[in-house]
Design a protein around this ligand. Structure first.
Ligand code: G
Ligand code: G
Ligand code: NA
Ligand code: MN
Length: 255
């Protein structure tokens, strides 16, 4: 309850901040973008993880306002990196189920792109498998509308943890599957995780989708993923999520 009232004031007190975790192309080792991850700078408790407060924002409905703030902040940030002549970057924003269910989501995204003047192909969206399968017909329709606005990079997060209908997977206008950390964890030794990762990579490629592995921590995991054709990785082996300036510095250093 105390957290709930704190969250209610967090937006106006400017206590939210976006961190950026790099995504690296395995073909050339280049940082091609980032996942935007929300943090709450609580006045007493320090950095609070979204795992603790996103569920509360979802329950109270505040996620819509905060989600819009995240989209706006990220689009503004990408624009300012472009203005500073940074190498080209895509940044992925996580959508919540409640945001996807609102039928004005497409209008909101279009307005933010317009306000920030960002070319829509630099904004990437992450939706979870379970959000899509909650009402697949609706999700296909909504994602088609968003894609029609020029947002062509839509990734399926936590892939493999829920269950997808393969016939729908083909119909969603998506361009990448994110291999969940829980499967990457067991690489390169756990037989089941090996089988699952290889199957997801094969499935994705046969549907002409890219594969982004998340939660990559070790050289062994990285080697396995590279040898098995994974396209992009994200994880502590590259970097933890970073504040915008530190992320930009890393991009320059590795350029
Ligand atoms: O950043 P990790 O460090 O703790 O994130 C925990 C969870 O919170 C992840 O499932 C992530 O997808 C989710 N998350 C992080 N940022 C956002 C956000 O801006 N919006 C939504 N809806 N979820 C987010
Ligand atoms: O649900 P989602 O996939 O958006 O969540 C991403 C979460 O995983 C974030 O909380 C992020 O901080 C965390 N994360 C990212 N890379 C790693 C990693 O290499 N190891 C661990 N333990 N967590 C990671
Ligand atoms: Na995500
Ligand atoms: Mn994920």
């Amino acid at each position: 309850l105390e957290m709930e009232s704190g969250l209610r004031r967090a937006l106006e007190r400017e206590e939210f901040v976006v961190y950026y975790q790099p995504k690296v192309d395995l073909e050339n080792g280049v940082i091609i973008g980032a996942e935007a991850l929300l943090r709450w700078k609580h006045p007493d408790r320090g950095l609070v993880s979204p795992g603790e407060f996103i569920p509360i924002l979802e329950e109270t409905g505040q996620i819509e306002q905060v989600g819009e703030w995240v989209l706006k902040t990220v689009c503004t940030q990408i624009r300012s990196w472009q203005d500073a002549a940074m190498p080209s970057l895509n940044v992925a924003v996580n959508l919540s189920g409640r945001q996807l269910q609102r039928n004005n989501l497409c209008t909101t995204i279009a307005r933010i792109l317009e306000e920030t003047g960002l070319d829509p192909r630099f904004l990437e969206l992450e939706v979870t498998e379970s959000m899509l399968m909650h009402d697949p017909k609706y999700a296909v329709d909504m994602l088609m509308q968003i894609r029609a606005k020029g947002v062509v990079h839509i990734d399926v997060d936590d892939f493999g943890t829920g269950y997808s209908s393969l016939s729908y997977l083909k119909r969603f206008p998506i361009d990448a599957l994110k291999l969940d950390k829980s499967f990457v964890d067991g690489l390169p030794h756990d037989e089941d995780d090996i089988a699952i990762c290889q199957a997801v990579i094969a499935l994705a490629h046969s549907l002409k989708l890219r594969v982004i592995a998340e939660g990559v921590e070790s050289d062994d995991q990285l080697a396995f993923l590279r040898n098995n054709g994974c396209d992009v990785i994200q994880g502590y082996i590259v970097s933890r999520p970073l504040p915008a300036d530190a992320f930009a510095q890393l991009v320059w250093e590795r350029h």
